[in-house]
Design a protein around this ligand. Structure first.
Ligand SMILES: [Fe+2]
Length: 321
């Protein structure tokens, strides 16, 4: 019969020519979907590749100033607004040429005193760092120094064995620059005819003969009016200061937990514990307010999401405001 209909021919690829356009459309749509998700993956990867090195750079090389107001109705009025720059855990880190970036932040803070709360350097080889930095700081404001754990173990000695070569040289460098070596001692600060006590705790890595926080407090109370407002410089954030009798403690040591993942207080503590607590900020232990600096340097692992911190402590006698 001449009116016979032709059956559809199969294509070379095994497809059916009648259905080929819709099949190609389907393949095209799939290609477009893959392209979209591929593009998103490329954008995310590129952003991470840009952001991670940038954040690493900022967390290790771009210090910032953070102000912490410590309020107490025990503070004499003459000390209202007293400004303390706290530098902690530098670990011989240099910011800018000759540390000018760091020094600029300290100058801009217009401090009444500078508190160095330990781990300025952590090796004998880094001694020249301290010798260069200390006079530049004492030229800005009176400097008070307490040791950290690293200074006591810097000379290859096990902790608790007594003074190493670094500690002796460091004490000389502090005093020769015009600063005050405050380990296991105290002094009074005077302003407008009123006084407060400033004390320094030797790091527990020091000799066993050095007083602990309670013995230091007893030492002060034997010689001074126990009612005076008192401020303690102490490297360790993790000592129990609850019954120490000090109004305020300035501490460091924890480096903010090194990597400050969101919703945590850092990833690693100074004892290499996971997810440490109390590594940053203004904390309260009983009647004692403890400032915990995140510090400026690092030791075993670079900082991340954790800008080096110059703390400016402002004392205020206006409690609750
Ligand atoms: Fe440290």
């Amino acid at each position: 019969m001449s009116g016979k209909r032709e059956l559809p021919r199969r294509t070379a690829g095994g497809g059916n020519s009648l259905f080929a356009p819709s099949a190609e459309r389907a393949r095209g749509a799939t290609k477009r979907r893959i392209s979209k998700s591929g593009l998103i993956a490329i954008v995310i990867t590129a952003a991470l590749l840009f952001w991670i090195p940038l954040e690493l750079h900022l967390s290790n090389n771009a210090p910032g100033t953070e102000t912490v107001t410590v309020r107490s109705n025990r503070l004499p009025e003459a000390f209202d607004g007293f400004r303390i720059v706290q530098l902690s855990d530098l670990h011989q880190k240099t910011f800018g040429k000759d540390n000018e970036t760091l020094l600029g932040l300290v100058r801009d803070a217009k401090p009444d005193m500078i508190a160095l709360t330990g781990d300025l350097i952590d090796s004998v080889e880094a001694f020249s760092y301290a010798v260069e930095l200390l006079p530049k700081l004492t030229a800005i404001a009176p400097v008070y120094y307490v040791t950290g754990n690293h200074e006591w173990s810097a000379d290859g000695k096990t902790a608790y064995m007594g003074r190493n070569r670094l500690i002796t040289r460091l004490e000389d460098a502090v005093t020769e620059s015009g600063g005050v070596w405050l380990d296991s001692s105290f002094c009074t600060l005077e302003r407008g005819g009123e006084r407060i006590i400033l004390a320094g705790l030797c790091d527990p890595n020091g000799p066993r003969t050095e007083p602990n926080v309670h013995e230091l407090r007893q030492m002060i109370e034997r010689e001074q009016d126990a009612e005076l407002f008192s401020l303690l410089l102490s490297h360790r954030h993790d000592i129990d200061y609850t019954h120490s009798g000090f109004d305020v403690v300035l501490s460091g040591h924890a480096h903010g937990g090194v990597i400050r993942l969101p919703f945590t207080d850092g990833l690693r503590g100074p004892a290499r514990e996971w997810f440490p607590k109390g590594t940053s900020g203004l904390l309260r232990q009983g009647d004692t307010q403890v400032v915990v600096s995140r510090g400026l340097g690092d030791t075993y692992f670079p900082r991340f999401l954790n800008r080096p911190q110059v703390v400016v402590v402002v004392l205020s006698c206006q409690e609750g405001k």
